[in-house]
Write a protein that binds this ligand. Structure first.
Ligand SMILES: Cc1ncc(COP(=O)(O)O)c(C=O)c1O
Length: 405
């Protein structure tokens, strides 16, 4: 008999893998969330960069309702016109020639990694299996995704580390050059702007250099634009800020469904050569319901006006946040990120600060390196952005009071 105490059953019967804030929302509209009791919160988190067009956007609601009355699901055993329409739009606007639709970011990463290894296998280099990733990265929670990101906290206890994954320090160009030149390297995977790692942007010149280096050594370049893509950086995709930096494969998700589960793995025809009939699949991926919402969301996210708005509001946030940093150097250490993926590195504990912001009815996300992230809807208005800054200022004052008490 084991001496271990009987585990307690949680009251909510939910597997305890999340540290949840004591809030439950009933409805949302734009950048606002409403609790059952009618309390209103300003949402600068957007489901962690997911409801990119805000809550209950009328065009998304319409697209979902219209499709819901026609056809939800068939199977990838059939042609799905919505998939073809969205794939065409994605390929028109990017480097890509082909798209595989998924239900989540992790699944897009899974497809990307399989595509990369299969490319080399199909092209007579089966020894190229190594996936090179970076410290601070987040690519999702499947075995492949946690091994690619290499965060010990997400790998520990889940059995042996998978072979064929190499994690490098962020920004170590020498280590990167050596890894890319190795004859067993299949691909490099990175977020052009790290999200969970604390809104760390890879310098544009590094992306350009990395692209050239991968091409020189026959290594595929994979971008994870699940968080930083689809307009959040102020360009349709974050890597577009860098010259000549297009990838071979790219993962997207989150904002593509504006909260409905939609993801995609985009690739050039060349990179996808190994992915033949039967090599991959998904029951739900790209079903008619998901595609109707995805298509409607992509049209809005890719509008030049949306991207211009992101750049403008981002400029306002950055300027105001630097002002706050000057007034609260004991609280705010650094402002970073790109577009509306903004990281604020704190001198006080980031979880404590998030709770103080919540007291002001402002929702912000946490992040690595003791950051909080501002990830509002891309359509957040100037008035709402001003309100967010006022609330952050009050949270800074509260943090200062707490620190000195
Ligand atoms: C950069 C990045 N990659 C992958 C993922 C995983 O996406 P999902 O949770 O939809 O599987 C996330 C989610 O936060 C992410 O931010």
């Amino acid at each position: 008999m084991s001496n271990q105490p009987m585990p307690t059953v949680p009251e909510d019967h939910i597997l305890g893998v999340y540290n949840r804030a004591p809030l439950a929302f009933d409805r949302g509209l734009g950048a606002r969330l409403y609790t059952m009791d009618g309390d209103v919160y300003l949402d600068c988190m957007a489901g962690i960069a997911t409801t990119g067009l805000g809550h209950a956007h009328p065009k998304m609601v319409r697209a979902l309702k219209d499709q819901a009355e026609k056809l939800w699901h068939v199977s990838n055993a059939f042609r799905i016109p919505g998939q073809e329409a969205l794939a065409k739009r994605l390929c028109e606007q990017t480097f890509a020639d082909v798209v595989f639709f998924t239900n989540s970011g992790t699944e897009s990463v899974e497809c990307a990694l399989k595509t990369a290894r299969k490319f080399h296998w199909a092209n007579g280099q089966p020894e190229r299996i190594d996936i090179v990733g970076f410290e601070g990265a987040f690519h999702g929670r499947s075995y492949a995704a946690v091994n690619a990101a290499g965060n010990p906290a997400y790998v520990e206890g889940f059995g042996p580390a998978l072979p064929g994954y190499i994690s490098l320090p962020f920004g170590d160009m020498e280590a990167l050059k050596t890894a890319i030149a190795a004859p067993t390297t299949a691909a490099v995977i990175l977020e052009p702007v790290q999200g969970e790692g604390g809104a760390r942007a890879v310098p544009e010149a590094c992306l350009t250099g990395l692209r050239a280096l991968c091409a020189e050594h026959g290594v595929l370049l994979i971008y994870d634009e699940i968080q930083c893509g689809l307009g959040r950086s102020g360009r349709l995709f974050a890597h577009e800020w860098a010259a000549d930096a297009a990838p071979d494969i790219m993962c997207v998700a989150k904002a593509l469904g504006d909260g409905f589960p939609v993801g995609a793995c985009l690739a050039t025809a060349r990179a996808a050569t190994g992915m033949t009939v039967g090599s991959h699949g998904s029951t739900y991926g790209g079903n008619p319901l998901a595609m109707a919402v995805g298509l409607a969301a992509f049209e809005e996210l890719s509008r030049p006006e949306t991207l211009a708005h992101v750049r403008e509001i981002s400029g306002y946030f950055t300027q105001q946040l630097h002002g706050l940093q000057e007034r609260f150097p004991d609280i705010i250490v650094d402002i970073r990120g790109k577009g509306l993926l903004i990281g604020v590195k704190l001198a006080v504990n980031n979880r404590t600060f998030m709770a103080l912001a919540r007291d002001e009815h402002l929702l912000i996300a946490g992040g690595g390196d003791n950051c909080v992230r501002l990830l509002p809807s891309l359509l957040i208005t100037h008035e709402e952005a001003r309100e967010a800054i006022e609330k952050l200022e009050r949270a800074c004052e509260a943090a200062r009071r707490t620190a000195s008490s």
